[in-house]
Design a protein around this ligand. Structure first.
Ligand code: P6P
Length: 324
């Protein structure tokens, strides 16, 4: 495969789909990529420097903040504030929306991100990732709840970085899903997964079965059909890792609402929406607990949660068949 970098790839996509592009999105993508390279460098050598373990703080989610969470969040916020094209950002680690620039000099993009998803796995050297969701707003837009908290179907782009055996970037601008692998020898993400499509059927069922007793009867019945149906169980506990495996191998992932998380645990704006955008672009399905498209949910606030079911079309339809 030719050594195509992400920036080359986005330029080729813009020539085909957005010939009037101003370069703002490329600038944003460049700073996202730089953020990921810096985070990847620290994740890779975390055991050798004093950046493992917790900070002793609890975030807005009520979760233990790991030192690498703080580091990744500060890197992302600095770069997004200084790339010159972002007018607002929302982070898993920040309670409120962060508005960037003044009304007269604002960029045209709003970005939501989980700076380091799966951080409870950091000290065990398990794959973790950064997830991002990008919306475009028109020039001189007065930022309001309506034009910032929009449904996922209106995303301009979405993607993630996966810090695993290799560091991979997967993104879509609505014209297919593309994966790039970081080549440390040249310091670039190079195209490695061209136009990813999820298999229509898979053999992996991915869920935290320790929650089984808290699920609805239908979710229990749906899970039974996979556990007893010859599927293999795979559950990393890092959403990005579980998503990436499902995207490439097929199968189904389910994190239902339960008696502890009545609205679901996973966050809509910077987990479910970006991953649902990718899943649909790759030919899969991504639904909430009612069987509706995640991308049609209108967020109530930046930390809105949702039940999350995604994967191969036939597997998701099989799961949902018990609700009919
Ligand atoms: P549980 C990690 O904290 C995370 O937000 C996702 O990455 C992951 O899918 C989920 O929580 C794991 O949750 O309840 O199975 O530990």
């Amino acid at each position: 495969m030719a050594e195509i970098s992400v920036i080359e790839h986005i330029h080729s996509m813009q020539l085909k789909w957005s010939p009037t592009a101003t370069g703002q999105f490329t600038s944003l993508l460049h700073d996202l990529i730089l953020s990921a390279k810096i985070i990847s460098r620290s994740v890779t050598k975390a055991g050798l420097v004093d950046i493992l373990g917790g900070t002793g703080n609890i975030n807005v989610q009520g979760e233990q903040v790991q030192k690498l969470d703080d580091f990744a969040n500060s890197v992302m916020i600095y770069r997004m504030k200084n790339c010159g094209v972002v007018c607002a950002l929302g982070s898993e680690e920040e309670e409120e929306l962060v508005v960037v620039g003044s009304p007269k000099e604002r960029g045209n993009y709003v970005i939501f991100f989980d700076p380091l998803d799966g951080s409870s796995n950091i000290d065990a050297n398990v794959s973790i990732g950064t997830i991002f969701s990008i919306y475009r707003v028109e020039d001189d837009t007065e930022l309001t709840k309506e034009n910032v908290l929009r449904k996922g179907a209106e995303q301009a782009a979405a993607g993630y970085f996966l810090y695993g055996p290799s560091t991979i970037m997967v993104y879509s601008t609505g014209h297919g899903v593309y994966g790039f692998t970081l080549d440390p020898s040249v310091g670039e993400f190079l195209l490695s997964h061209d136009n990813i499509k999820i298999p229509e059927n898979g053999k992996y069922f991915s869920a935290n079965l320790a929650n089984y007793g808290k699920w609805s009867e239908q979710d229990q019945k749906a899970a039974d059909s996979f556990v007893q149906g010859g599927y293999s169980l795979r559950y990393v506990g890092s959403l990005v890792a579980d998503f990436h495996r499902t995207l490439l191998y097929g199968g189904i992932f389910s994190y239902p609402a339960d008696s502890k998380n009545a609205k679901g645990k996973l966050r809509l704006l910077y987990e479910a929406n970006p991953l649902s955008f990718l899943m649909e672009q790759a030919g899969g399905l991504a639904l909430n607990g009612s069987g509706d498209r995640v991308l049609e949910i209108v967020p109530e606030h930046i930390h809105t949660r949702t039940a999350f079911l995604f994967g191969s079309k036939n597997d998701v339809e099989k799961y949902r068949s018990v609700f009919e």
